[in-house]
Ligand binder design. Structure first.
Ligand code: GLP
Length: 240
């Protein structure tokens, strides 16, 4: 693992954006794995700004998002589809028909998972961006005795629902289910970029990067990836 620590979030975001831009400029048809949550917002802002300056074009890029809530339509502000449109897709020249998210509104969720895996099978991910949950989850792969390789439906842990409740009107509105890429799909990415910011992530970052590799901390699997880049601000890296 290549661990880099930054004095400020601004420097981290600019570095991460540059990393994506370098890849796209070398390989205009790159496939990117994208993430939601508060962590990547600054990176997306940088990408939009650099796109507007003419430093990068996404016209041949394909993207696959990690996850989506079940039962939350794309028109709902809390859906990850809405998040991506609002923070990135709506501001760059990425063709809408090449920006993929799992469809949490599908009638047959199992078929949707198989369909998503089928699409990814044809297009290996060049860079997979990841945040990390306080319990070590990546995408929505929650700590468990066993993890799944492919895209699947997951029951969100109460702690994850609590953490995401801030975005919803009430706890009852927080989805109980999500579709997520599995750890097998994530680990297949050629490069993984895990980003963490803030003191509240310091304990889980220490556990994930320096603790045992265990399904009880899904992010710890990255220790076994041949090209994992970990970008931390001083606070998140404070316990390493
Ligand atoms: C959600 C997402 C994850 C994300 C995590 C952390 O659970 N499914 O992909 O990494 O939140 O979010 P944040 O970046 O807001 O801390």
């Amino acid at each position: 693992m290549n661990i880099r620590m930054f004095d400020s979030r601004e420097e981290l975001d600019a570095f991460a954006a540059q990393f994506f831009i370098d890849k796209i400029n070398r390989k205009p048809q790159a496939t990117l794995g994208l993430a939601t949550g508060s962590t990547p917002i600054g990176i997306y802002e940088n990408l939009v700004e650099r796109y507007r300056k003419g430093d990068v074009s996404f016209s041949q890029v394909t993207t696959f998002n990690l996850d989506e809530y079940v039962g939350v339509p794309a028109s709902n502000e809390q859906s990850y589809a809405y998040f991506m449109k609002n923070n990135l897709f709506g501001h760059i020249d990425l063709p809408v028909d090449r920006a993929f998210l799992p469809n949490g509104m599908a009638d047959d969720l199992q078929a949707e998972c198989a369909h998503y895996d089928g699409m990814m099978a044809g297009q290996p991910i060049d860079i997979q961006l990841l945040g990390i949950g306080h319990n070590g989850h990546i995408g929505f792969n929650e700590p468990d005795e066993a993890l799944q390789g492919g895209t699947h439906v997951v029951t969100l842990k109460q702690e994850t629902r609590d953490a995401n409740a801030r975005f919803f009107a009430s706890m009852d509105d927080v989805p109980k289910l999500a579709i997520t890429m599995g750890v097998g799909s994530i680990m297949k990415a050629r490069t993984i970029m895990l980003v963490a910011k803030g003191a509240d992530k310091a304990d889980i970052i220490k556990q994930a990067l320096q603790g045992p590799i265990t399904t009880q901390c899904p992010a710890s699997l990255l220790q076994a990836h041949p090209d994992a880049l970990i970008l931390l601000d001083r606070e998140a890296g404070g316990k390493l």
